[in-house]
Design a protein around this ligand. Structure first.
Ligand code: FAD
Length: 489
């Protein structure tokens, strides 16, 4: 699915969901109890304030005029991967934040940041307090390569690397050493291309984005001149989309450095490809043809038919200095095409290795079913297996793939199923539930203080103020304590 096309589609499909002016709304007092907390409509709690959480809330509020929806988010700041994943040079993608903000400001919706569900409050406690609970907590882990040497210094997961340049508090200390000529990225999806682009973009192109000043300084001193993007299978199986590929092809002062042999037989296969893959492949082949020979400083290239087998250490045994790859051939056809090792190995010298082989969800509460193999909450159309009143949406529901528009559709589906269950009596609405009133009281006894949406807006204003003085849309706060201080000031 093309990221841009889907975003446009999404923009077109998202309607303004309420017309009340902000001033006329009944904003919650700290502690979050609204004047109408005794309303007898359904009370729904959403765990996670990323796209899935906000889209599920949006649909619930629209479909049931009596529903009250509360979103609990671990961090003091909302929007999940829109803030911490989407690349800083893709500001147009982040426009969805405007829609999420409208949802958060809806009179029947409340946002409670700084609440780590599973730790500060259990799912069982939420289920007691609400008619239904929707898990939308995303995929915060990463898949490991499971090869020797992956803990060496100089090896990072794309998740952490992306978190670092996007200001994720957990990754603020990452500070990768970019004092090497070649970087290898393992994986060929859009995240891999985001990372490659950030590594090779002229700093002047990045400095007006919301990339953090910290990472901008490190990137400004980078010696990385060559980025190789490695995949197990061939050009016809590559997972990136054309927008991201075009951005690589058009990067200033950078040429494509491919291996023409990898493209043998591809021209003949073109005519049978579906249109999006045909266009993607044609662009790659154009890059192969035109890429070499230009007098430019930097290069990037795909390396196909290769799987990582070991990260190679330098003389000190601590730092990565290369990667050993197994060469593959393909077996099978279509979607079932598999990479099979040929037995040949190849060593690539590099000082930076970033594995971009996927994100992964974790269980957050032992009472909730979890499928460790698929790393998702097992569900049927968003209904969590064997658990009445518990639902899921987004990456924790279907796995860590798909763009924001995919997450939107999937979240709308979960909301529809939940509404159906309410109407069919599967979700019992006959008893009043205390909702946020009960949960905020419980959190208070545990010394957990929430960040409400107007308090996030203070953080937002401070970030925008700091950004303005640097000529950027915002300068993100990196420290949770500082966020909290500003939120509660
Ligand atoms: P998330 O966005 O991860 O949101 C989950 C939220 O739950 C987070 O805010 C998290 O803090 C919170 N949470 C986690 N645990 C808890 C807990 N215990 N208690 C309370 N809250 C919790 N899509 C595009 O359309 N365009 C792009 O350019 C694009 N770029 C991307 C770049 C990267 C690097 C990545 C990884 C993804 C990108 N995507 C892009 C995909 C898009 O970000 C996802 O489709 C979408 O964010 C998934 O939404 P989600 O709500 O399921 O998960």
């Amino acid at each position: 699915m093309k990221r841009m096309t889907m975003i446009n589609l999404m923009k077109a499909s998202v309607k303004k969901i309420h017309s009340l002016s902000r001033a006329s709304r009944c904003l919650p007092a700290e502690g979050g109890v609204r004047g109408f907390s005794s309303a007898s409509g359904p009370r729904v709690c959403i765990v996670g304030g990323g796209p899935a959480g906000f889209y599920t809330a949006q649909q619930l509020l629209k479909a049931r005029r009596d529903a009250v929806v509360d979103i609990y988010e671990r961090l003091p700041v909302p929007f999940g991967l829109v803030r911490f994943g989407v690349a800083p040079d893709h500001p147009e993608v982040k426009n969805v934040i405007n829609t999420f903000t409208q949802t958060a400001q809806h009179e029947r919706c409340s946002f409670y940041g700084n609440v780590n569900v599973g730790k500060d409050v259990t799912i069982e406690e939420l289920r007691q307090a609400y008619h239904a609970v929707v898990l939308s907590y995303g995929a915060e882990g990463n898949r490991s390569m499971k090869i020797p040497g992956e803990d060496l210094s100089g090896v990072f997961s794309a998740k952490d690397f992306v978190g670092w340049y996007n200001g994720l508090p957990n990754n603020k200390e990452l500070c990768p050493d970019l004092n090497c000529e070649t970087a290898v990225i393992l994986g060929q999806g859009n995240v891999a291309l985001d990372v490659a682009r950030i590594l090779l973009s002229p700093v002047d192109m990045l400095k007006e984005t919301d990339i953090t000043q910290n990472s901008l300084a490190v990137l400004a001193g980078s010696n990385v001149r060559r980025v190789l993007i490695v995949g197990r299978r061939g050009p016809l199986q590559i997972a990136c989309t054309i927008k991201e590929l075009r951005e690589m092809v058009n990067l200033p002062n950078t040429r494509a450095d491919m291996m023409p042999n990898d493209f043998e037989g591809i021209a003949e296969a073109l005519k049978d490809l579906p249109r999006p893959r045909k266009r993607l492949t044609e662009l790659m082949m154009k890059a192969v043809k035109e890429g070499r020979g230009d007098k430019v400083e930097k290069s990037w290239g795909f390396r196909f038919f290769r799987s990582p087998v070991e990260v190679l250490a330098g003389a000190d045994g601590k730092r990565a200095t290369g990667i050993r790859l197994a060469l593959n051939k393909l077996e099978g056809s279509g979607e079932d095409t598999r990479a099979v090792p040929t037995g040949q190995l190849e060593d690539l010298e590099c000082g930076l290795i970033i594995s971009s082989i996927g994100y992964k969800s974790f269980p957050i509460d032992p009472t909730v079913p979890f499928d460790p193999r698929k790393a998702i909450v097992p569900n049927a159309m968003g209904r969590v297996q064997d658990t009445t009143g518990l639902y899921c949406s987004g990456w924790v529901k279907r796995g860590p793939t798909g763009v924001i528009a995919t997450t939107m559709n999937d979240s709308f589906d979960t909301a529809r199923v939940l509404i159906q269950d309410m109407e069919a009596g599967e979700v019992d609405l006959s008893v009043n539930k205390a909702g946020a009133q009960a949960i905020t009281a419980l959190l208070q006894t545990r010394g957990v203080r929430t960040v409400l949406f107007p308090q996030w807006e203070k953080i937002n204003a401070e970030e925008e103020k700091r950004g303005k003085s640097l000529g950027k849309p915002r300068e993100k706060l990196l420290d949770v304590d500082e966020m909290l201080k500003i939120a509660w000031s």
